[in-house]
Design a protein around this ligand. Structure first.
Ligand SMILES: [Zn+2]
Length: 291
């Protein structure tokens, strides 16, 4: 099981869920193939093409039409830092994400009785009824928006429209500000970030990630406090840092990513290390040779 954080973040980077394939591919990275079946061609020709070295004000590259179905992306930086790219019609047609198609594929993993999405405002859709234990029977609304002010406005519109509690689903936690959380608590709403709940199974299908509400899950140590926590642990257990890595079943590189806060706290690496710090060397994953 792998998490799909970058993939879910990509949905919130594309305004209006419309972009040429190169932008979708750049944002979704290694998981672009999950997106591709749900992209539908529009009759709009895009104006911009991603740049490898974007400079403010000049890049990204502008798409020019040479006629006869030939196009090119030209860097607008005065020093031409990005090479020109010859393009064909299929590269410049704006593709729109089919919300019905993609929500249907991850509805079961999210715990949702899916219905064909009904638009409810700015990139907001009613997408079904919750089957999750804590919110069973509540209507579920999906909000896919790039900017927090737009997200808040869309959420406030829903609060006026819908009289009872409901579930807000967003691809990520990016817009979960204090103000949003206050609304959630005041109205007894639930906020589900898809990135916390839906990952990729080994068969390439969307699948439910372990619930972050797992009561056994250790609290993450604040990044600034991690060196001290590790030091204290090694003194208390008379062990080396290496023993923590071994007990967690993680290699040195991943250990340092955790130490420096380079991985999200819900990644399995972080959870395994935090669990060792909380429970001691004997309670991590099965131990390897050392100790
Ligand atoms: Zn450029």
């Amino acid at each position: 099981m792998r998490d799909l954080n970058r993939f879910w973040h990509s949905l919130e980077r594309v305004s209006g869920l419309q972009a040429i394939p190169a932008f979708w591919a750049e944002y979704a990275g290694p998981h672009f193939e999950l997106l591709r079946p749900h992209l539908c061609a529009t009759d709009i020709v895009g104006g911009l093409y991603p740049c490898p070295h974007p400079s403010p004000g000049h890049c990204p590259r502008r798409i020019v039409d040479y006629g006869d179905g030939n196009y090119a992306a030209l860097c607008r930086d005065p020093y031409k830092v990005c090479p020109d790219v010859p393009l064909q019609a299929r590269d410049v047609v704006v593709q729109e994400l089919n919300i019905g198609g993609i929500t249907r594929t991850f509805a079961a993993a999210l715990g949702l009785r899916w219905q064909p999405p009904v638009p409810r405002g700015d990139c907001t859709w009613a997408i079904g009824i919750s089957l999750r234990q804590e919110t069973r029977g509540l209507p579920v609304f999906l909000l896919v928006l790039p900017a927090t002010p737009r997200f808040r406005a869309a959420m406030e519109r829903l609060l006026l429209d819908v009289s009872g509690p409901f579930v807000i689903v967003a691809p990520t936690n990016s817009h979960r500000s204090v103000e949003v959380q206050e609304h959630v608590q005041r109205r007894g709403l639930a906020f589900l970030a898809i990135e916390d709940h839906v990952g990729l199974a080994d068969d390439g299908q969307f699948a439910a990630l372990n619930s972050p509400a797992d009561p056994d899950r250790p609290m993450p140590t604040p990044v600034a406090d991690r060196p001290r926590a590790v030091k204290e642990f090694t003194v208390r257990h008379k062990c080396k840092v290496k023993d923590i890595q071994v007990a967690a079943g993680e290699d040195e590189a991943d250990y340092y990513k955790w130490l420096h806060g380079k991985l999200p706290d819900h990644y399995s690496t972080c959870i395994a290390i935090e669990r060792v710090l909380r429970d001691g060397l004997g309670n991590g994953k099965p131990q390897r040779s050392a100790s």
